[in-house]
Design a protein around this ligand. Structure first.
Ligand code: HSE
Length: 435
């Protein structure tokens, strides 16, 4: 007689855009998930805030509860999709402490309490999976945690926030102002009513720290990431970028490099950057995500796909669920926290970057040499200078692009320029990456 697969009880916390797609796919493709994991995965309880809230998929009302504990206690696996730190942290810890495996898409939780969650999972032998926390459907967490475990990663750089990519793409391709593009992103449901976590760069910073901790086997948190958002990017910046054959993207960059003390460390930053139009990151449009990973042995790899949305993010959640279910049924466990390298976090001021600085200057004899002198005094070498007349009488525009220089020296140049009598205004200072 054919042996029956063991049945696993799954509790789902949250039945919003992603949660309802997870439940739909688990229900509609139950046989496939059984064949792939070796276990019958049954949604047993779904915790929601409101029983009668409209949902993309009609969840069986008998499964719904407004008491999250009912979707945790006594289950085999809990899927946490409510987001935010609390009460999500309490629920995830409650599950892990009972030995219940957890699949979460909660980047903020991972980026602030990752070590605590890993410790709770290790204590009871439960699995902790979080593919959906970074870049939606794109399997970059698995890529770093498992596929690239055989390599030494030197750099992770990418577009990990779809909302800001939508806004910047709308500005670049349709000439919209920042405000117009943000309004459109909100109307289409890409940006929240309060867009701060996306446009100020914090969502990308959380993802950056998750990727960096996996890439460099070092415990890092969101506070270790130097963050700058996109709110100061103007239509003029975008025009200027196009004039020089570039576009502007919000990049998350994590790298392993030699610090000023001669020892290896980790540096992480999120900021808008000018990237050349022939860079693979320049063609990432709309709300898509893309991550470039450089490994010493593998060379350069690129991960690309939908970074948000119900079904794409559900795809990532379900891949974790298959792995967790397989372990539940047949033994084995998810990779534990790997922080053996203990690399120090490097001061962002010691990073080597390039800037393009645009300024309005007095149109008079010697102004170019005054400006060039400021760069030279701070040890920053100029790669190119472009000068043209300005609309304002008696003024002209200088666009200077630097060679690689210490971030702190570049900041000092921008400061000195803004206080120079030759300069009316520094209108923008944007880093250049990928050239
Ligand atoms: N707000 C995020 C983004 C959603 O725009 O990419 C996925 O984390």
């Amino acid at each position: 007689m054919e042996e029956r697969s063991p049945e696993l009880k799954v509790g789902v916390l949250g039945a919003g855009t992603v949660g309802s797609q997870v439940i739909r796919m688990l229900t509609e493709q139950a046989d496939d998930f059984e064949a792939r994991s070796g276990a019958r995965i049954r949604v047993n309880k779904v915790a929601v805030r409101r029983l009668d809230a409209p949902r993309d998929y009609d969840v069986d009302p008998a499964l719904l509860t407004t008491h999250p504990e009912e979707a945790i206690d006594g289950h085999d696996i809990v899927v946490e999709l409510i987001g935010g730190i609390e009460p999500a942290r309490t629920y995830v810890i409650r599950a892990l402490k009972q030995g219940i495996s957890v699949v979460t898409g909660n980047k903020a939780l991972l980026a602030t309490h990752g070590p605590e969650l890993y410790a709770a999972a290790a204590e009871t032998g439960a699995d902790l999976y979080y593919e959906a926390s970074v870049a939606g459907a794109v399997p970059v967490v698995y890529g770093l945690r498992e596929s690239l475990a055989g390599d030494r990663i030197t750099k992770v750089m990418g577009i990990v926030n779809g909302t800001t990519n939508f806004i910047l793409d709308a500005m670049a391709s349709r000439g919209l102002s920042y405000e117009e593009a943000l309004n459109q992103a909100q109307e289409l449901g890409f940006a929240e009513a309060d867009p701060s976590s996306d446009v100020d760069g914090f969502d990308a910073a959380a993802k950056c720290s998750i990727l960096a901790s996996l890439a460099f086997h070092t415990r890092v948190g969101i506070d270790d990431v130097a963050v700058e958002g996109i709110t100061k990017i103007t239509a003029e910046d975008m025009e200027e970028a196009a004039f020089f054959g570039r576009t502007i993207k919000l990049l998350a960059i994590a790298e392993r490099r030699v610090g000023e003390d001669g020892k290896d460390g980790v540096a992480m930053r999120v900021h808008p950057a000018l990237v050349p139009l022939d860079s693979p990151l320049a063609s990432v449009d709309g709300a898509f995500n893309a991550i470039l990973i450089e490994g010493e042995a593998a060379g350069r790899l690129m991960f690309y796909g939908q970074g948000a949305g119900g079904a794409p993010t559900a795809s990532a959640v379900l891949s974790d669920l298959v792995a967790a279910a397989h372990h539940r049924a047949f033994g084995g466990h998810a990779p534990r926290e790997s922080v053996y390298a203990h690399l120090p976090i490097l001061d962002p001021g010691t990073a080597f970057t390039r800037y393009q600085i645009r300024m309005q200057v007095e149109d008079r004899l010697g102004v170019l040499s005054d400006v060039a002198g400021i760069f030279a005094r701070h040890g920053v070498s100029i790669q190119s200078v472009h000068q043209r007349d300005d609309k304002e009488p008696g003024a002209c525009v200088i666009v200077a692009t630097t060679h690689l220089a210490r971030e702190a020296d570049l900041a000092a140049v921008a400061h000195a320029l803004s206080h120079s009598p030759a300069v009316r205004e520094v209108t923008s200072a944007i880093r250049v990456e990928g050239e």
